[in-house]
Design a protein around this ligand. Structure first.
Ligand code: G
Ligand code: G
Ligand code: NA
Ligand code: MN
Length: 253
C-alpha cells in the first residue's frame, strides 16, 4: 500500500495526534503553544510530518489533516480552559488555507466550540506564501480581518525573505532554526550578525520575533540579549502530548 493510502486509513483509524510545544515570552514570561501533528502508523511506525505532510499536500488530503489538527486543538482548548487561558495556539498551514471558503469552515468550527480567532495564530512558510503571491496577500489580509494572528515560519531561508516583510501584513516572524543552532558555535559569527539584523529590522517594522529551535542556554541568552520576543525549542520544552503540558508549564516557572 502507498504511504498516501496508509495515511487515509490512519486518519480514519485515529492514528494521528497533536502535540504542543511551548513558546516562551522573553519579557513577560507568557507561554503560548505551537500545535504539531504526529502520526503513529500501525503499518509503518512513526512517520515524520516532514514526510507525510509533503505527500498530503499533493492532494486534497491536506485539507483533511489540517481540519483534523484544527478540530483537535479546538477540542483540547475547550476541554482544558484553564490550561489554555490567555494562551494562543499556533497551527501550521499549507496552501489549503488559501481558499476563503476553507477559512469560513474553520470559523464555523471555532464558533461551535465557543472559541475566538484571537486565540489562534497561523504559521505559514515563506515558500507557501510565494506559491501564489497575490492569493497569499489576500489570504493573509482575510485572516487578519477575521481576527487571527499570522506569522511567517522558517524566516530567512527562502529567496527574497525581505520581500515578504513588504508584501504581507503579518504579525510576526519565526527565525529559522538553522540560524539559531549556530549562535553558540565558534564559526557562528555570520549567523549572529544576520540574526541581530533580523531582530532589529523586525522591531522597526513592529513585528514580533520568535526564535525557533533554541536548544542551549547560550543560544537562549544571545536571543534574549538581542531583544527577541519569544523563544521556542528543546531548551524549554519538546513538543508534548496534552496530558504532559501542565507539568511542563509548572517546571518552566
Ligand atoms: O514537529 P516536526 O519538527 O516533526 O515537524 C516537521 C515539519 O512538519 C515542520 O516543518 C512542521 O512545520 C511540519 N508540521 C508539523 N505539524 C504540522 C501540521 O499540523 N500541519 C502542517 N501543514 N505542517 C506541520
Ligand atoms: O517548520 P516548523 O517550524 O513548524 O517546525 C517545527 C519543528 O521543529 C517541529 O517538528 C519540532 O519538533 C522541531 N523543533 C522544535 N524545537 C526544536 C529544537 O529545539 N531543536 C530541533 N532540532 N528541532 C526542534
Ligand atoms: Na511552525
Ligand atoms: Mn519553523
Amino acid at each position: 500500500m502507498t504511504i498516501e493510502m496508509e495515511l487515509i486509513k490512519g486518519l480514519k483509524a485515529g492514528e494521528l495526534s497533536v502535540v504542543y510545544q511551548p513558546k516562551v515570552g522573553c519579557q513577560d514570561g507568557m507561554v503560548h503553544f505551537e500545535a504539531l501533528v504526529r502520526w503513529h502508523s500501525a503499518a509503518l511506525g512513526n512517520v515524520s510530518p516532514e514526510t507525510f505532510i509533503k505527500i498530503a499536500e499533493t492532494s486534497l488530503l491536506i485539507e483533511d489533516i489540517t481540519g483534523f489538527v484544527f478540530d483537535r486543538v479546538c477540542r483540547d482548548m475547550m476541554e482544558q480552559p484553564e490550561l489554555f487561558a490567555g494562551r494562543r495556539v499556533a497551527v501550521n498551514v499549507s496552501p489549503v488555507l488559501f481558499r476563503q471558503d476553507y477559512i469560513k469552515q474553520l470559523l464555523q468550527v471555532l464558533a461551535t466550540y465557543g472559541l475566538r480567532p484571537e486565540q489562534f495564530e497561523f504559521e505559514i512558510t515563506e515558500h507557501t506564501l510565494m506559491q501564489e503571491p497575490l492569493l497569499g496577500i489576500q489570504t493573509v489580509d482575510y485572516l487578519k480581518t477575521k481576527g487571527f494572528r499570522v506569522l511567517i515560519d522558517d524566516f530567512g531561508v527562502s529567496y527574497s525573505s525581505l520581500n515578504y516583510l513588504k508584501m504581507f501584513e503579518i504579525d510576526g516572524i519565526k527565525i529559522d532554526r538553522s540560524f539559531i543552532s549556530q549562535l553558540d558555535k565558534d564559526n557562528g559569527l555570520k549567523e549572529y550578525e544576520i540574526v541581530k539584523l533580523i531582530v532589529s529590522l523586525a522591531k522597526k517594522l513592529n513585528l514580533e520575533v520568535t526564535a525557533e529551535g533554541v536548544e542551549t542556554e547560550a543560544q537562549y541568552r544571545v536571543m534574549e540579549q538581542l531583544g527577541c520576543d519569544e523563544i521556542q525549542g528543546y531548551f524549554f520544552s519538546r513538543p508534548l502530548p496534552l496530558n504532559d503540558l501542565q507539568q511542563a508549564l509548572d517546571a518552566l516557572v
